[in-house]
Design a protein around this ligand. Structure first.
Ligand code: NAD
Ligand code: ZN
Length: 247
C-alpha cells in the first residue's frame, strides 16, 4: 500500500496541472453520510425525490425535513481535506473541483474551490430569484427549518431554495470553468466519488482522451478503475500516509 501511495506522490510532483475531484466519500470521515455507500442515504431515503426540483416545487417539506440533519456548521474537515489544503498551498495541486455541498474544503483552508453542485451556504427565491438579506444566512434558515416551518421569500413569498443543484436542474455557472480546468489537466485525482452522477462522471474520460492520467481512491468500484494509473480503496490510510510523505 505504501508503495502505491509513494507512486501517487510521484505522479503529483511530476504533473504540470494536477486537479483534484472530490465526492461525498471524503466527508464520511467527518460524519456526513454519502449517497451510495452501504449505509449511505440511498439505503434509507429516496434521494432522487428529496433532491428533485419538481418534487421540491410541489412540496418542499420533504427536502427541509432532510436538511434539518444537514446543518453544515456542525461538521469539521478531516485528514483528506487538510492534506488537500497542504498540497494546494505547496503549489502541487492547481485546482480543486468538488461535488460536495458541505463547504468542508473551505473550512479546512483550501482556496478557489469549484463547486460543481453549488453549496448549502447560500439561498435564493425560486420565484423572484432575489437573495433577500435575511435568508443569506444558514443559521437563520436552520432556525426556521428546526421549527418545522418552510423558508419563504421576504419580498414575494416564493419558496426559498439553497444554492445546490437538484436533479432536474441545469449545472451551475461554475461548470464552464470546470470544463476549462479539465481540458488543461494532465493528472486528475478522483477521491470518494462513485462517478455515477453526470456530467461530472464524464470528466475522467475527458482527461484520458487528452492523454492525461487518472488516479482513483474509492472504496467501491467505479467505471474508470481499469484506466487508473493508481487505484486505492481507503481514503483515511492513503491520506495519513501522504501526509507523512509531505512532511
Ligand atoms: N458531503 C456532501 O456534501 C454530500 C453528501 C451526500 C451527497 N452529496 C451529493 O451527492 C452526490 C453524490 O455523488 P458522489 O459521487 O459525491 O457520492 P456517492 O455517494 O455516489 O459516492 C461516494 C463514494 O465514496 C466512497 N467512500 C465512502 N467513504 C469512503 C472512504 N472512507 N474511503 C474510500 N472511499 C469511500 C463510497 O464507496 C462511494 O463509492 C454529489 O453530487 C453531491 O453533490 C454531497
Ligand atoms: Zn421572491
Amino acid at each position: 500500500m505504501i508503495e502505491e501511495v509513494k507512486k501517487l506522490y510521484e505522479l503529483i510532483i511530476n504533473a504540470k496541472n494536477c486537479v483534484i475531484l472530490t465526492g461525498a466519500g471524503i466527508s464520511t470521515l467527518s460524519g456526513i453520510r454519502d449517497f451510495r455507500s452501504e449505509d449511505g442515504l440511498y439505503s434509507e431515503y429516496n434521494v432522487e425525490e428529496i433532491f428533485n426540483i419538481g418534487y421540491f416545487m410541489l412540496d418542499p417539506t420533504m427536502f427541509w425535513q432532510y436538511a434539518k440533519n444537514f446543518d453544515i456548521s456542525k461538521y469539521e474537515p478531516n485528514v483528506v481535506h487538510n492534506v488537500i489544503t497542504k498540497l494546494q498551498q505547496k503549489g502541487l495541486v492547481k485546482q480543486i473541483i468538488t461535488q460536495n455541498i458541505d463547504r468542508l474544503h473551505q473550512k479546512s483552508g483550501s482556496a478557489d474551490i469549484l463547486e460543481a453542485h453549488g453549496s448549502f451556504d447560500n439561498y435564493y427565491c425560486t420565484r423572484c430569484s432575489q437573495i433577500p438579506v435575511f435568508t443569506n444566512d444558514s443559521a437563520f434558515i436552520m432556525s426556521i427549518v428546526n421549527n418545522d416551518l418552510t423558508p419563504v421569500c421576504s419580498s414575494c413569498g416564493g419558496l426559498i431554495k439553497p444554492g445546490i443543484t437538484f436533479f432536474g436542474e441545469c449545472m451551475p455557472e461554475s461548470f464552464t470553468q470546470i470544463t476549462e480546468v479539465i481540458n488543461n489537466c494532465d493528472l486528475l485525482i478522483c477521491l470518494g466519488t462513485s462517478l455515477e452522477v453526470f456530467p461530472i462522471a464524464n470528466l475522467p474520460g475527458v482527461v484520458l482522451e487528452n492523454k492525461g492520467k487518472i488516479v482513483i481512491v474509492n472504496k467501491q468500484k467505479t467505471r474508470y478503475d481499469r484506466y487508473a494509473t493508481v487505484k486505492l480503496d481507503d481514503l483515511k490510510s492513503t491520506f495519513e500516509e501522504l501526509d507523512v510523505i509531505l512532511s
